[in-house]
Design a protein around this ligand. Structure first.
Ligand code: NZQ
Ligand code: ZN
Length: 392
């Protein structure tokens, strides 16, 4: 298979990275900037003031739009598009986590292209371009700071849909691990799970991984597991926060799939998006709640790959019985999730879907009968339902 590694995002990583926003925007010739942020953390920490004073200093006009919620909503995206058009902005600066960045990406599409931006997320048509986006990252998790993807929730029907295109890869990302010191333990764990899953979704594919990519992947996961724990023990551990932050970007910028001979699996992500669409749960926690049930449903397809993962990630010796090694690996991963207070089923996630809701989740995950999921093992409707039921 042909894989693409395309990372046009300029990354400034480390001390005071966020203080380079004004200079980067000036150098890029930004004429007016929409500064987009979340529900309060960037205001409370003083980060927003640091951003606006840089723009004032550089003489770059700006408008502010805060209020992005986790699982970012389409209604605020529409508001941002209207504001951005009215104010004639030509750049967007996202200050926050994945939700803020994704909302900024959607606004960027909506300002650049006529018509309804939801068309892109509902696969009706493709955008011709997007406004350029800069990022100041405050939460290590989604990798949206370098990824080609954005995920938006449409309140009408509780549909959470992603759209992938190189057009939305941020032009620059300012990564200062210190900005993540204030992230709550719960969001730190959700981020840790999400970073791990972006590499695991790619690792578990139907083909053979390139040895280098396999080894990079397993090393990234080990590093994230260790540093996720350290960040929980000491939220101001710079090394731990720095490892998580860089792993967030590398896990989802394409590096962890280059050279593989099949595309990644992504079923857990697709199934989780329906969970957070219906129940508004945190993405990383939703992934952890589903992964074990997915893994037990599919591992026999290629138990050797699970055994290899157990060897590389947990240091297990191979017993010669790949299926037994695979099951041991799945249990070890669930133990890890529990050790960082992540759920391994829906009850632990705090939801209890009815039979009817399981049907709804299944229907939505298949795009109402229009698609199967997965590449490690192709999941038909009945497989998807069985995994949701096992995870309940
Ligand atoms: O809104 P504020 O007040 O900023 O609070 C946020 C929010 O409540 C808070 N937070 C962020 N930085 C903080 C902080 N609190 C204290 N100190 C800080 N420095 O954390 C909470 C969660 O933020 P959110 O942005 O929702 O989290 P995350 O980064 O995990 O983003 C999740 C969203 O991204 C999507 C998910 O589906 C979900 O909608 N994803 C996007 C991807 C992409 N674009 O490539 C890939 C992923 O697979 C994922 O689907
Ligand atoms: Zn994710």
């Amino acid at each position: 298979m042909l894989t693409q590694y395309y990372t046009p995002t300029k990354v400034l990583f480390g001390e005071d990275a966020e203080m380079h926003a004004g200079e980067q925007l000036k150098a890029a010739g930004a004429r007016k900037v929409l500064v987009h942020y979340g529900s309060g953390s960037a205001v409370k920490s003083g980060l927003l003031d640091k951003v606006t004073s840089q723009l004032d200093k550089e003489g770059i006009p700006y408008v502010l739009l805060g209020g992005v919620k986790p699982n970012p909503r389409l209604s605020l995206v529409y508001e941002g598009i209207e504001l951005g058009k009215k104010e004639n902005v030509d750049w967007i600066l996202a200050v926050g986590g994945g939700s803020v960045i994704d909302s900024a990406k959607a606004i960027g599409y909506g300002i650049y292209n006529p018509g309804d931006v939801w068309d892109f997320y509902s696969s009706k048509r493709k955008p011709a371009g997007s406004l350029p986006i800069g990022v100041i990252l405050t939460l290590s998790a989604t990798g949206s700071e370098m990824s080609d993807s954005s995920v938006i929730s449409n309140e009408d029907g509780g549909l959470k849909r992603g759209y992938n295109s190189d057009l939305c890869r941020p032009a620059f990302a300012l990564l200062n691990p210190v900005l993540t010191y204030t992230v709550s333990p719960y969001q730190t764990s959700c981020g840790t799970a999400d970073i791990m899953m972006h590499t695991m979704e790619r690792f578990f594919h139907a083909g053979k991984g390139l040895e280098l990519t396999d080894n990079l992947s397993m090393s990234l996961i080990r590093t994230v597991m260790e540093n996720g724990r350290k960040a929980l023990d000491n939220p101001e551990d710079y090394e731990a926060r720095a490892n998580l932050m860089w792993a967030s970007s590398l896990s989802h910028n394409g590096l962890m799939q280059t050279g593989n001979d099949q595309r990644g699996d992504w079923s857990c992500h697709q199934m989780e998006h329906e969970l957070s669409g219906l129940f508004d749960v945190a993405h990383g926690a939703g992934l952890a709640a589903i992964w074990g049930s997915w893994a037990r449903h599919v591992y026999k397809t290629d138990s050797a790959r699970f055994a290899l993962f157990g060897e590389g990630v947990f240091g297990f010796s191979r017993s010669g019985n790949d299926e037994a090694d695979a099951l041991r690996t799945i249990e070890a991963m669930e133990d890890y999730f529990r050790s960082i207070s992540m759920p391994v089923n829906m009850k632990e996630l705090g939801i209890d879907p009815t039979d009817e809701e399981i049907e709804t989740l299944t229907e939505k995950a298949t795009f109402f009968g229009k698609r199967t999921l997965g590449s490690f093992m192709t999941l038909e409707r009945e497989d998807i339902k069985a995994i949701y039921l096992a995870a309940r």
